[in-house]
Design a protein around this ligand. Structure first.
Ligand code: ZN
Length: 405
């Protein structure tokens, strides 16, 4: 940090504006008193900053009804529901999710479309997203500014430029999906792409089950198994942004072949298709079939129950390796794998206990996602909010000059 004499008041104001908006965005509505305490600024400074954010159309203020407490109630500052918003999209192997998301991580609307990635090119998926985006944009209040678009993909994404380097289960190699989607969207806003599990970890850390925790692993298990790691409070990226490919850690070189080109990867033992095959399913793979197998296991059907136990055993082994390497406070398991944990938790925990080193095992909790099935989608929204949160007054101008989309 530069010496205070070198920092101009305008820079300090911008910095504080960003801090205040981040607080409201992450925590939801807060009273001026809470903001004063959390940011360590005086009341008049908070008042001036809030006025700026109100003027920019980002937050609104209201005076709460008097409760039991004596004295004048503090103004409450809340994200504006008709304020700027972002498009978030999540490309999965069997469906696409698209949502309009406002400040505070509020999902205005969300649509889900089944897709067949084996038949669809990246351009076809982009046009599907663009179609849904138009419908979502039409449903937003007039004058609400679209800030940008964030996309989650189940593959390795190069940090430098957002290139999807390899998405094994989509059959993509070196796909510039941001450019492809950008060409189909009419809004002239940036499109940013990230890895699904890294984005899920980010969102869970910001407003989900990992809030306030510094060392967390998010395992996103569906057809593919992705991983996102929060280490010492920050997302682990690796040299190019490819870190966290937990699904492609090798358990057995003689194991089943994997879409990534290797064999015996973790994904081939705990991914959705491993569960279905173990349950005797040979065709009709998809979310409905997975849900049916989990329901059958819950009802005590022996083959389905055995499949859940088998996946749980390998999941326990996977978690033991992760716990030994990262010493996390929590492991969050999302996707359809969360359903396996719900039913097979005793098996997972027993195997984790047997295989992990005792001290690291004692520190870790196994948690469901705080954001349900929306971790990666909300993480994608965060990509698109980044520039606003960094410099609120640069990203939007005062309401009178805001453009209707
Ligand atoms: Zn693999």
């Amino acid at each position: 940090m530069p010496r205070s004499s070198a920092v101009r008041p305008e820079e300090i104001r911008r910095h504080n504006l960003s801090l205040l908006l981040n607080e409201i965005h992450t925590r939801g509505e807060l009273s001026r008193t809470d903001l004063t305490a959390r940011l360590g600024l005086n009341r008049s400074t908070i008042g001036a900053l809030v006025s700026d954010l109100v003027e920019l159309g980002l937050v609104s203020e209201y005076i709460p009804a008097r409760g039991d407490r004596a004295g004048r109630p503090s103004h409450v500052v809340a994200p504006r529901p008709d304020g700027p918003w972002v498009l978030a999209a999540e490309v999965q192997v069997e469906r696409i999710l698209v949502a309009s998301v406002g400040l505070g991580g509020r999902v205005h609307a969300r649509v889900e479309t089944p897709v067949d990635v084996n038949a669809a090119t990246p351009a076809m998926l982009a046009s599907q997203i663009a179609r849904e985006a138009t419908r979502l944009a039409d449903a937003m209040p007039p004058g609400a500014t679209l800030l940008g678009t964030g996309v989650s993909v189940p593959g390795t994404v190069r940090r430098r430029d957002g290139l999807v380097e390899h998405a094994p289960n989509l059959g993509w190699r070196e796909v510039a999906f941001a450019d492809i989607l950008s060409a189909q969207l009419d809004y002239g806003v940036d499109v940013l792409v990230g890895n699904d599990a890294n984005l899920g970890a980010l969102a869970e850390h910001q407003r989900g089950a990992a809030r306030g925790l510094d060392n967390v692993i998010f395992l996103n298990g569906s057809v593919g198994v992705g991983g996102g790691v929060i280490a010492d409070g920050a997302g682990l990226q690796g040299t190019d942004g490819f870190a966290g490919e937990i699904g492609h850690m090798m358990l057995n070189p003689d194991g089943p072949s994997c879409h990534c080109g290797s064999s015996g990867c973790i994904e081939t033992y705990i991914g959705e298709h491993a569960l279905l095959r173990a349950a005797g399913v040979t065709e009709g793979f998809g979310p409905a079939t997975t849900a049916a197998v989990l329901a059958a296991a819950e009802a005590g059907e022996p083959l389905a129950l055995n499949a859940v136990n088998q996946v749980s055993l390998w999941l326990g082994r996977t978690l033991a390796n992760l716990v030994n390497v990262f010493n996390p406070e929590a492991v969050i398991v999302g996707g359809s794998l969360a359903g396996v944990v719900r039913l097979g938790r005793a098996v997972v925990e027993a195997e984790l206990g047997r295989r992990a080193m005792a001290a690291a095992r004692a520190a870790v909790r196994l948690l469901p996602p705080g954001l349900g099935s929306e971790s990666s989608l909300l993480g994608a929204a965060e990509l698109a909010f980044q520039s606003l949160l960094a410099a609120p007054d640069a990203a939007v101008s005062a309401p009178t000059s805001r453009l209707a989309n």
